[in-house]
Design a protein around this ligand. Sequence first.
Ligand code: NAP
Length: 257
Amino acid sequence: MNNASNQYKAERSPTHDLIGQRVVVVGGKTGIGLGVARAAQAAGATVAVASRRNLSAKERPDLASFEQVSLDLSDEASVRVAFDAIGSFDHLHVTAGGEAGSWGTFMDEDMRGVRNYMESKFLGSWACARHAAPHLAKDGTITFVTGGTAARAKLGLAAVTSVFSAVEALSRSLALELAPVRVNTIRPGFVETEWWNFLSEAQRDELRAKVRAKFPARHLGTPADVGHAALFLMTNPYITGTVLEVSGGELLVDWLF
Ligand SMILES: NC(=O)c1ccc[n+]([C@@H]2O[C@H](COP(=O)([O-])OP(=O)(O)OC[C@H]3O[C@@H](n4cnc5c(N)ncnc54)[C@H](OP(=O)(O)O)[C@@H]3O)[C@@H](O)[C@H]2O)c1
């Protein structure tokens, strides 16, 4: 191998490990966030998982290896206090926000659904980035999580569609605002998590059957699938301001509603 290719390898070969790095996952105690927390820990990072509830080792032995942090995305002061207490770290991943089934409809009399959804998912993502930024490493990353409705509106989901699109726009803006910190969004498809528990078991089974039959990947997404993609965004040094779909091809087919 000549000198030029050795130099290329030394300068340009990204690693997939996070040894010695610190990762904070907001929404990391369950679902997609827990998939991200596990992937980061397996790659060598020290991981803090944040959400409203702190869970005892008896309740959740699987969280014992993570630092637990308490914050509520709808309460900016609690977000600021949490990040000031966390201190320096390398990668922020925000999955949380926007309680399932809480979005109301376009014609809601008091617009409470969209206000709550906006407050939690959009302003919550904003608050996390805002109060994490002073503590983030210069070569660190922020990753937000949206969903397929950001790209393909669905009847009855005006609040979700609008808020997810706003989060993706925020992600692009922050890629400029916070550079060289890299800022991206993951847009998952159906992922098997507690998030779907607002539906009955029979409705969930129906959805699972549709996903298996219609999504080009022909299987249900898992939190580990998203964790794998999140690790890629944390470790690839040249990706910023983008949306990465981890959806099994959801947007290529009609499946929901
Ligand atoms: N699952 C899917 O198929 C799917 C597909 C596309 C997009 N998404 C999006 O992905 C995100 C995560 O979904 P998921 O499936 O991982 O859901 P999940 O398993 O229900 O996890 C949500 C997590 O967010 C935390 N959380 C909720 N509200 C919070 C708040 N106000 N402040 C702080 N933490 C809060 C919850 O913990 P606490 O209750 O302890 O606060 C929980 O750990 C959601 O925005 C969802 O819309 C999911």
